[in-house]
Design a protein around this ligand. Structure first.
Ligand code: ADP
Length: 192
């Protein structure tokens, strides 16, 4: 089973590359940001709870995220493998994910981390904000907060998987196809 964490700051291109990877490797996509936006769109109880955090560019509490991901894994029993996109975003989430996957005997295969500098991230997010309709993409203070939260709370997750020798850094600036090629090369090297 191929289980990938696609990692990187907001605006790094995780969503774009996930779509291509899913197509090529027949994986099931678990994108926590997309799942929360779906809940918000449907105005579920979880959506109402998450909204206040998301719109300010803060993280949704771990317990809510972990429960949502576990439900998703349980409902995909025929999956060939997963791409986790936007999750785990804290070390507590990473610990919970490792435990969930260990219980199911399907550990993380690799963490692929898209590396993009802050100025490029901000440019991309502002551009996306013109069409995404996302409140958190349209306000410079919220964008800055998301990058700050990423550095403080999410970057330690990279070290967590580095200690397991699963971290692979990927240059995230360049053409979409070139970046996709770099991701595939890493996957094919471990997925012999
Ligand atoms: P981006 O990568 O562009 O920041 P996402 O769509 O992945 O966007 O996430 C949007 C927002 O959803 C985050 O800023 C955060 O508020 C919330 N969110 C998504 N995933 C998580 C997570 N794993 N833990 C906590 N909050 C999350």
């Amino acid at each position: 089973m191929l289980n990938i964490i696609l990692f990187g700051p907001p605006g790094a291109g995780k969503g774009t590359q996930s779509e291509k990877l899913i197509d090529k490797y027949q994986l099931t996509h678990i994108a926590t940001g997309d799942l929360f936006r779906k809940h918000m769109g449907e105005n579920t109880e979880l959506g109402q709870l998450a909204k206040q955090y998301i719109n300010e560019g803060n993280l949704v509490p771990d317990s809510l995220v972990i429960k949502m991901v576990e439900d998703k894994i349980n409902s995909a029993s025929d999956a060939k493998g997963f791409i986790f996109d936007g999750f785990p975003r804290t070390v507590a989430q990473a610990d919970a994910l490792d435990e969930m996957l260990e219980q199911r005997d399907m550990p993380i295969s690799v963490m692929l981390a898209l590396e993009v500098d802050d100025e490029e991230l901000k440019t991309r997010i502002r551009l996306r904000g013109k069409t995404s309709g996302r409140a958190d993409d349209q306000d410079d203070a919220k964008i800055d907060n998301r990058i700050k939260v990423y550095k403080e709370e999410t970057l330690p997750v990279a070290e967590h998987y580095n200690k397991q020798s699963k971290y692979r850094g990927i240059e995230g600036v360049g053409s979409i196809d070139d970046i996709f090629g770099s991701l595939c090369a890493e996957i094919d090297a471990i997925n012999q």
